[in-house]
Design a binder for this molecule. Structure first.
Ligand SMILES: Cc1cc2nc3c(=O)[nH]c(=O)nc-3n(C[C@H](O)[C@H](O)[C@H](O)COP(=O)(O)OP(=O)(O)OC[C@H]3O[C@@H](n4cnc5c(N)ncnc54)[C@H](O)[C@@H]3O)c2cc1C
Length: 415
């Protein structure tokens, strides 16, 4: 039996919530339940440095084991919450019951299944967890022909890691271009060309009809156009689904594929919060209720919820941002791009260091930067303050982005 805070899910959002509660002076017990058996770890390197062999599992830990002990955070690995009783303020696992004063759901998201025959064959992988990455890495090292289904961020990062290791990789994307919901056409085209120039083959507007095998093991991927691509390993990266089942069974409100929360991370049930990949909220920068899958969002929402529980009002007001590493490219995105926005290009894509700005009535609303970290950092401030940009200056990559606004606005933005 436990009072205090119970956190379900111990990844970027759950661990941050626990740490922020303690930083805010919260003195009651904190129980952190993790369905996984590994110490909580950084998820983004799984498709990058870990697959490339540049980082080991031990180097991915979010916090050392001692951190949880020293902070009085009761981390329970391998314990999956199975039910919530909001009226009794109780969470159950198979083995225990925990009573809570505050409950934080940080259950994250999982890989979406590909609903085609053969998806369960040996040699077909998804990549979300360290356990999956541990299985995938040696299999990739041993494979000769690899197909990635889905040209989203995870699929592209895996493809880049594979191509960087000198292997043949084919990416099959159902849409006419890459990353249609996340980046503008110019960024997508640049990435597609970059992959192609490094040996990856990309096919667009191709849906997968079946994954073929010789009994148990995968041998290829059959497309709707009749082509069969030979493969001895397939990675399926067709998006994520929020883990909302616990919340739904407890009667919590859902929206936009996630658990609906306000700017403090509060759900519609008293004392229950939801943060990170599993939560949806009315994001002022998107102008809609959205569910974001990013480390930034997980961390910032967790801080807001922890602050609220600890009695501090620190509503979430962060500009959304995200990054992806592919080959020697770091693509960073700030704000939320919108179709029909005015676009300004800073720099030459041929140099592999450039930014694309999205303006709405002269105000910066999104910035997509390739190997231009300073633009990314400046854009987060400029988007937050909603200042007007001087279009001519903004198009000149030699002018720092912070200098492309009028002086009074600049002073306001810098504060
Ligand atoms: C391969 C990969 C690469 C990525 N790269 C980037 C990147 O470059 N940049 C970026 O910003 N983001 C990236 N992301 C996304 C980022 O990792 C997620 O947005 C982030 O991990 C979300 O954190 P979270 O804590 O909300 O959820 P998750 O990280 O999904 O963690 C949720 C945790 O809750 C556990 N859980 C679920 N249900 C229960 C239950 N009932 N009981 C107990 N535990 C439960 C799960 O097992 C999991 O451990 C990447 C993701 C992946 C998979």
């Amino acid at each position: 039996m436990t009072k205090g805070a119970v956190i379900v899910g111990a990844s970027h959002a759950g661990v941050q919530a626990a740490a922020s509660l303690r930083q805010s002076g919260y003195q009651e017990p904190i129980t952190l339940l993790s369905a996984e058996h590994d110490l909580p770890y950084h998820r983004p390197p799984l498709s990058k440095a870990f697959l490339l062999g540049e980082k080991t599992a031990d180097q991915l830990q979010l916090r050392s084991e001692a951190f949880y002990r020293d902070q009085g955070i009761d981390l329970r690995l391998g314990q999956c919450a199975t039910a919530i009783d909001p009226a009794a303020r109780r969470v159950e696992t198979d083995a225990h019951r925990f009573e809570y004063g505050s409950l934080i759901l940080a259950t994250g998201s999982r890989a979406r299944d590909l609903p085609v025959p053969g998806a369960g064959l040996e040699g077909v992988y998804t990549l979300r967890s360290l356990a999956e990455a541990r299985a995938l890495k040696p299999a990739l090292d041993a494979a000769a022909s690899i197909v990635v289904i889905g040209g989203g961020f995870i699929g592209l990062e895996v493809a880049a890691s594979v191509a960087k290791n000198g292997k043949s990789v084919r990416v099959v994307e159902a849409a006419p271009r890459l990353l249609a919901r996340s980046v503008p056409q110019q960024v997508a085209d640049f990435l597609a060309d970059y992959h192609a120039s490094r040996g990856a083959r990309l096919s667009f507007s191709q849906s997968v009809e079946a994954i073929e095998g010789d009994g148990a093991r995968v041998t290829g991927v059959r497309l709707a156009n009749g082509e069969t691509i030979a493969a001895d390993l397939v990675v399926v990266g067709v998006g994520g689904l929020a883990n909302t089942e616990l919340a739904e069974a407890a009667g919590l409100a859902l929206e936009a594929g996630g658990i609906r929360v306000d700017e403090h991370g509060r759900t519609n049930a008293p004392g229950i919060y939801a943060v990170g990949d599993c939560a949806s909220f009315d994001n002022p920068f998107a102008g809609a209720v959205v569910r974001l899958e990013s480390v930034q969002n997980a961390v910032d929402q967790a801080k807001a919820a922890a602050g609220h529980i600890a009695g501090r009002q620190a509503p979430l007001a962060a500009v959304p941002w995200f990054w992806t590493d592919q080959y020697d490219l770091k693509l960073q995105m700030a704000g939320v791009g919108r179709s029909g926005a005015e676009e300004i290009l800073r720099g030459d894509p041929a140099d592999a260091a450039w930014s694309l700005l999205h303006l709405d009535n002269g105000r910066l609303v999104a910035c997509f930067s390739v190997n231009r970290a300073a633009d990314h950092m400046a854009s987060r401030k400029l988007i937050a303050t909603g200042v007007m940009l001087d279009r001519l200056a903004a198009a000149d990559p030699s002018v720092p982005l912070m200098r492309t606004v009028s002086e009074p606005d600049l002073r306001a933005a810098a504060q």
